[in-house]
Design a protein around this ligand. Structure first.
Ligand code: B1N
Length: 795
């Protein structure tokens, strides 16, 4: 900002502050100051936003349909992308305002559960920065992901009404409201548009989130009749649709309301797209060119009913034949799969689909008939066709719908896409190999480095002699030439140390636990799930605790184990894992014999804005899922970019991280997908328990009274899953005990290696230098070039 811009900013800020509060500057509250800042920034964005819209009006666009956008906070990120972060901070400081306090005033927009929703948010940032026309379409949940607190070590959930005090970052566009018809209900879909600002390039894309509302607030007849509850019943029923985000990551929620949410936002979005098309291309009555201007990326199966909805709108409202409409759909839809876990691949009972949209169910049957005919012609028998059917056993297979109709299906890491081809969707790959492709996930370097780690950003710019890396993260490679430079390695160490001090301070304030910044910060933050194996981490901590108790003089570098993450409210075992970590923390942290060497802390309410403080402060990144189960992971990339070596299995994108940064700079352990396939028939966790004393001592601690689960039976449940299955299975479905010894060995190595400061710092540097590939800019360009082809004018 030049002097003129600065003055203008300050003037309009003060003016806004007084206009919205009718108060003198000195009387305004923190919230007032935050609100006025949002307004001032939105005014700054406004013009470029309008110009971007105008410019792209007649251009081909990609539409990212997603039930989740895990945005987090917008203030800092928007300032960074506008290129005025430091200036504004300084200007506010001159006004006597503490910018960091204002930042902490903002609630996270937690409109997602975890990786899938955060990926959508990173993609929005990257598309804008890469000047790619991409619109996001989703749901404006009035309650985001629940807030987590611990009571006695047990997870408690509270509501998250993030917009109760308003939402400074979106604009309500009443004039674009749509009507969504359900079988038994009609509601209004009101769009709220959020600007998505590209990095200092004048591009502003739009994230359009739909909110469900009634047509009338109030039924006057009923009110006048003294039927007060009935007078608002309809309103409530409409608002229920977008009231709350389902808090399930991976497991599906098979509830009518969930499908209603999906159909609600998808129907509004399709209507929106079609209406605009008709406005600008009025002469194309048969939608012959529709596919030239639109491609719709379906983020997992959640929005897949869009396929039926587009056909419905074209047939019922625009008089195309079913065949014509299906042909349009075939050219428009592309599908991303995010998991191979069967419990997450959506199959809706037909009566639920019927209850939501009978017409869409009818269309799904029609598509299914076309599919069956297609395979019959190819000579397949009825039973051979079964795995392809969209409707089978009274269920609608949402993935089959998208793979059959869509022109592209992609996985989110090399290994994952490989598993889709040879296993999960093997049958589809045999008939449509050309549809399959990989798009390894990425993360936005704006939020996860430029914003979250200012000291490291400045360091990189200084070392590289330019800040071009912000636009092209591959330039980080230039850091490699400092790999043997002691001064650089010491500086890097000091930056990490300062970040650790900052986190330690924050954890003391918010969790009440004192941790030592000189200890190794070994961190696992992500949703809690058995396949992610937080309990492997905890069992290993129990083992270490036993070792230290038995041998107080043991040669051990002090380590702090940090956990963060939420369990789905209905996932008993995941909640047991949280209780277990908290209980181990209680025992260890209160034991003066060990607590100067070993500390455990589970931070409350891990979320995007907590992550921004955590990733920059990590020494070790725990990525320990059972091989083959984590489709990609993206937290792994955030740690890497902030200079933490990965302690990980050969799973998801870990494999690509090891390839890029070098195995020698990371810690790989555990069985591979191949290994597990070979041993699965003969795997015997009980035998491991009997023969390995380390395993036995750690597992026994679950049930021998050392640890207290307050009679919840949660620890017994985990014990049973490992070695005493109650369901006739062999136990330990996620091979926790199988990988224990190798995990222990890897930790031992880390504990030794960390003492060599320069050698360790070099590993950190090599991880940063090779993180370029994991920029979501690379990912989004790959989608744009190879699936969407949005940049080819002659599409
Ligand atoms: O998507 C992320 C990946 O990095 C993770 O590995 C993957 O686990 C995650 C149902 C999901 N897959 N499936 C979901 C979320 C919500 C829901 O209701 C499934 N999340 C993932 C990004 O690719």
């Amino acid at each position: 900002m030049d002097k003129l811009e600065k003055d203008k900013f300050t003037d309009s800020y003060v003016e806004n502050l007084q206009r919205i509060t009718l108060k003198n500057f000195d009387e305004t509250s923190e919230k007032d100051k935050y609100d006025a800042l949002c307004d001032t920034i939105m005014e700054l964005i406004n013009q470029e936003w309008r110009e971007s819209k105008e410019k792209s009006r007649h251009e081909r666009k990609a539409y990212y349909f997603s039930a989740e956008f895990l945005i987090g906070r917008s203030l800092g990120n928007n300032l960074i992308n506008l290129g005025i972060y430091d200036d504004v901070k300084e200007l506010l400081c001159e006004l006597g305002i503490d910018f960091e306090a204002l930042e902490d005033y903002e609630d996270d927009a937690a409109l997602g559960n975890g990786g899938l929703g955060r990926l959508a948010a990173c993609f929005m940032d990257s598309a804008a920065t890469q000047d790619i026309n991409m619109y996001g379409y989703g749901v404006r949940y009035r309650e985001g992901l629940f807030k987590q607190s611990f009571e006695n070590g047990f997870q408690k959930e509270q509501g998250d009404s993030w917009i109760k005090d308003g939402d400074g970052w979106s604009i309500r566009v009443d004039s674009d409201s749509r009507i969504v018809n359900f079988k038994d209900q009609q509601v209004k879909a009101v769009p709220f548009d959020m600007p998505v600002v590209g990095l200092e390039n004048g591009k502003v894309n739009t994230l359009r989130l739909w909110q469900a509302e009634p047509f009338e607030e109030f039924e006057f007849d009923k009110f006048n009749n003294f039927e007060y509850d009935a007078a608002v019943a309809k309103k409530n029923r409409a608002e229920d649709i977008t009231r709350v985000l389902y808090p399930n990551d991976i497991q599906r929620a098979g509830r009518v309301l969930r499908l209603k949410q999906q159909y609600f936002f998808v129907s509004a979005s399709i209507q929106d797209i079609v209406a605009k098309y008709k406005r600008y291309f009025a002469d194309d009555m048969r939608f012959k060119n529709f596919h030239k201007y639109h491609v719709i990326q379906l983020n997992d199966t959640h929005p897949n009913i869009a396929i039926a909805e587009l056909i419905r709108v074209l047939v019922d409202e625009n008089s195309l034949s079913f065949e014509e409409a299906l042909e349009v759909a075939r050219k428009v839809f592309a599908f991303t799969n995010h998991t191979v876990l069967q419990e997450a691949i959506e199959k809706w009972p037909i009566d639920i689909v019927e209850e939501v949209s009978p017409r869409c169910l009818e269309i799904i049957y029609q598509i299914n008939d076309v599919l069956v005919n297609h395979f019959k012609k190819k000579g397949l028998s009825e039973t051979e066709i079964d795995p392809y059917r969209i409707v089978i056993n009274d269920q609608v297979h949402m993935a089959n719908l998208a793979i059959y109709v869509g022109f592209s299906i992609n996985g989110v890491a090399e290994l994952h896409t490989g598993i889709l081809k040879v296993d999960t969707f093997k049958h589809w790959y045999e008939v449509f190999p050309e549809k399959f492709n990989n798009k390894t996930n990425g993360i936005t370097p704006r939020r996860w480095l430029l914003y979250a780690n200012r000291p490291l950003s400045s360091f990189i710019t200084e070392k590289l002699g330019s800040d071009n890396w912000k636009y092209n993260l591959d330039e980080l490679k230039g850091l490699e030439k400092f790999a043997r430079d002691e001064k650089t390695l010491n500086e890097l160490w000091d930056i990490k140390h300062a970040n650790k001090e900052r986190l330690a301070k924050y954890i003391l304030e918010h969790e009440g636990v004192k941790i030592d910044p000189n200890s190794i910060f070994d961190i696992q933050v992500k949703r809690i799930h058995e396949y992610k194996r937080q309990h492997l981490n905890i069992l290993h901590i129990i083992y270490l605790y036993h070792e230290l108790k038995n041998n107080p003089d043991m040669d051990f570098y002090p380590t702090t184990f940090i956990f963060g993450g939420k369990a789905a409210p209905g996932y008993f075992r995941a909640k047991g894992i949280i209780k277990l970590a908290n209980e181990v923390a209680r025992v260890v942290n209160n034991d003066s014999e060990v607590n100067d060497k070993l500390k455990v802390v589970f931070v409350e309410n891990f979320r995007v804005s907590y992550g921004e403080k955590i990733y920059p402060a990590a020494d070790v990144s725990e990525q320990i899922s059972t091989a083959g189960k984590e489709a990609s992971g993206t937290g792994n990339m955030k740690f890497m970019l902030n200079g933490a070596p990965t302690l990980g299995t050969l799973d998801g994108a870990n494999i690509e991280i090891f390839d890029h940064a070098g195995e020698e700079n990371n810690y790989r352990f555990g069985a591979t997908v191949e290994d597990l396939k070979n041993i699965q028939a003969s795997y015997n966790p009980v035998k491991l328990y009997q023969t390995d004393k380390n395993i036995r001592d750690a597992v026994d601690a679950l049930v021998n009274g050392e640890l207290d689960d307050n009679n919840s039976y949660m620890f017994l449940d985990i014990y049973n899953e490992l070695i005493n299955p109650q369901d006739g299975s062999r136990g330990d479905r996620y091979y926790v005990l199988k990988d224990f010894e190798d995990y222990r060995r890897a930790h031992e190595q880390i504990n030794k290696d960390y003492r060599d400061k320069l050698a360790w710092s070099k590993k950190c540097l090599m991880n940063i230098a090779n993180a370029g590939y994991f920029s979501s800019d690379r990912t989004i360009i790959d989608y744009a070039d190879h699936i969407w082809k949005v940049d080819s004018p002659n599409y």
